[in-house]
Design a protein around this ligand. Structure first.
Ligand code: ZN
Length: 168
């Protein structure tokens, strides 16, 4: 089932998500729904709070969307355990439609989390994947990429988004 993606300034996007304590069939179903929703959008990553579920769960797929075989991934309770360097890249977000801005991130990260069998998974990421992890984990802490912009730019972007919301 494709779920509705919440957009700025929905309050659930600004709530800190809680850790997943129990990995059960409901969680497996949620992973499926999140992947379906992400592919439909389409996007390369999605965090559970973006569909109104304030738990620490992300899905992602950075494979070429033109290929017939996609590579869906998910991670439960993801945590950045190591980081190195900085890199600036343009980001967008399914919850902030129509906005793309440059954001400063760590260039390389190590991320640990769990799979649906409760086993630990470790990802070593750089480039787009490192950015994606930091962007999605930010969602779990109630932070949008536009909150990472400098104060002037942030105010301008938020003003534009709020005006657009009023016009709709
Ligand atoms: Zn996002």
């Amino acid at each position: 089932m494709v779920r509705e993606i919440l957009t700025f300034p929905h309050p659930l996007l600004y709530k800190k998500s809680r850790e997943v304590k129990e990995v059960d069939s409901r969680l497996a179903k949620l992973v499926e729904e999140m992947l379906e929703t992400m592919y439909k959008a389409p996007g390369i990553g999605l965090a559970a709070p973006q569909i109104g579920e304030n738990i620490r769960l992300i899905v992602f797929d950075l494979s070429d969307s033109q290929l017939p075989e996609r590579k869906p991934h998910y991670l439960i309770n993801p945590v950045i355990t190591e980081w190195e360097g900085t890199s600036v890249g343009e980001e967008g977000c399914l919850s902030v439609p129509g906005i793309r801005e440059k954001v400063k991130r760590f260039a390389r990260v190590e991320v640990k989390g769990l799979d649906l069998d409760g086993r630990e998974k470790v990802w070593e990421a750089q480039g787009l994947m490192a950015t994606m992890f930091q962007h999605e984990i930010d969602h779990l802490d109630g932070i949008l990429f536009i909150d990472r912009l400098g104060p002037l730019k942030r105010r301008r972007v938020k003003g534009r988004l709020l005006r657009r919301e009023e016009e709709e």
